[in-house]
Design a protein around this ligand. Structure first.
Ligand SMILES: C[S@@+](CC[C@H](N)C(=O)[O-])C[C@H]1O[C@@H](n2cnc3c(N)ncnc32)[C@H](O)[C@@H]1O
Length: 290
C-alpha cells in the first residue's frame, strides 16, 4: 500500500525520504543501520524553511527527542554506532536518557571560531556537543588508522621522550581526542547551501570514516542539506536521509545525485554574489594565454 505520510526517492544504494522522521523511522527494518548521525532541530527558535524549531517547553522537546532516540536505537545494527548532536542546554538530558540504553564511548566537543557571534556580556558559545555511542562496546567499528591527525608534540615541536631507553622521538600522528576543530560552513565555501545549520563535510568525513566501512548503511534522520548522505556516497557507503522540508529535500536530491530536476524545476547549487565585478582582462595576460 502506498504510504501517504512521506515520499521516497532512491538510486544506487541511496534513499531520501521526504517526511517526518517519527513516521519514516518505524518503517525501516530493525537492526539494519551501521551508522546513524542525528543532528536534530535544537529547540532554539531557528527557522528551517517553513518549520520553526521551538517546542512549547523543554519537557515537550525532550519527550520528542526520546521518541526518535528510541527508534534510532531500534534500527541500529548490533555492531552499530550512533553520533547524536544537541544544543549545549539539551545534551545533559539526552546523555542521561541514552546512557541506560547504549554505551557512550566519547563526549565530543565540536569547536569552531566565529566572527559573527560575539557575546559582550558573557562567554559566547563556540562549540556543539556530540555523543559517540555504540550498542556493543566489545564489537563496533572504529577505523583509528584512517583518521590519524598530526600530533603536535612530535610533528611540530619534535620532542624526544627521554623516559624511554633508548630515548625515542614522540609520535608524529595520533588518533584525534574528543575536542575537534572544524570551521563552520561559510558562504564562500564550495559546499555552502542555503540552510541555517548546515554541518561541514570535514566533520562528517571523520565520523563516517571512523565508524563505518565501504558498503555500510549510514542513516541521517534530520538530513537538512544531506551532508551526511553526500559524504557517505563519496566514501563508498550507502545512505538513508530523512528530511521534513521540501526545500531541503531538493538540495538532497541534487547533492546525493538522485535527480537533477524536481517537478520540472532544474536543481542547481545556490548562486552566489561575491560583491565584486569580474576584473577586466589584462591584455598582457591575454597575449600570454593565462
Ligand atoms: C540541524 S538541521 C540538520 C542539518 C544537517 N546536519 C546538515 O548538514 O545540513 C535539522 C533538520 O531537521 C529537519 N527536521 C525538523 N523536524 C523534522 C522531522 N520531524 N523529521 C525530519 N526532519 C525534520 C529540519 O527541517 C532541519 O533541516
Amino acid at each position: 500500500m502506498k504510504n501517504v505520510n512521506f515520499r521516497k526517492y532512491a538510486l544506487g544504494g541511496h534513499t531520501i525520504y521526504h517526511g517526518d522522521a517519527l513516521k519514516v523511522l518505524p518503517t525501516l527494518p530493525d537492526g539494519t543501520i551501521d551508522l546513524i548521525f542525528a543532528d536534530p532541530p535544537y529547540n532554539i527558535g531557528k527557522h528551517f524553511a517553513g518549520f520553526v524549531d521551538k517546542w512549547p517547553s523543554d519537557r515537550a522537546y525532550i519527550e520528542w527527542c526520546q521518541q526518535w532516540l528510541d527508534l534510532c536505537t531500534q534500527k541500529l545494527s548490533p555492531t552499530g554506532t550512533m553520533y547524536i548532536m544537541a544544543s549545549t542546554q539539551s545534551m545533559p538530558y539526552i546523555d542521561l536518557y541514552l546512557r541506560d540504553k547504549v554505551t557512550i564511548l566519547s563526549r565530543i566537543v565540536w569547536h569552531y571560531d566565529s566572527s559573527g557571534v560575539q557575546a559582550k556580556k558573557y562567554f559566547g558559545s563556540l562549540y556543539e556537543p556530540i555523543l559517540h555511542c555504540v550498542k556493543d562496546p566489545r564489537n563496533y567499528t572504529f577505523n583509528a588508522q584512517q583518521i590519524l591527525i598530526e600530533a603536535k608534540t612530535g610533528a611540530v615541536r619534535k620532542l624526544v621522550d627521554y623516559r624511554k631507553d633508548p630515548p625515542e622521538p614522540y609520535h608524529t600522528r595520533k588518533v584525534p581526542g574528543n575536542v575537534w576543530y572544524f570551521p563552520r560552513v561559510r558562504y564562500r565555501m564550495a559546499e555552502y547551501e542555503v540552510h541555517p545549520s548546515q554541518k561541514p563535510e570535514s566533520l562528517l568525513e571523520r565520523i563516517i570514516t571512523a565508524s563505518s566501512n565501504p558498503g555500510d548503511l549510514v542513516l541521517d534522520p534530520f538530513a537538512g542539506t544531506f551532508t551526511t548522505c553526500a559524504v557517505a556516497k563519496r566514501l563508498g557507503r550507502n545512505s538513508v536521509g530523512i528530511e521534513i522540508q521540501e526545500e531541503y529535500v531538493k538540495i538532497g536530491l541534487r547533492r546525493v545525485g538522485i535527480t537533477t530536476t524536481y517537478n520540472g524545476e532544474r536543481l542547481a547549487p545556490p548562486s552566489k554574489n561575491f560583491g565584486y565585478r569580474r576584473a577586466k582582462p589584462n591584455p598582457a595576460q591575454l597575449e600570454l594565454g593565462v
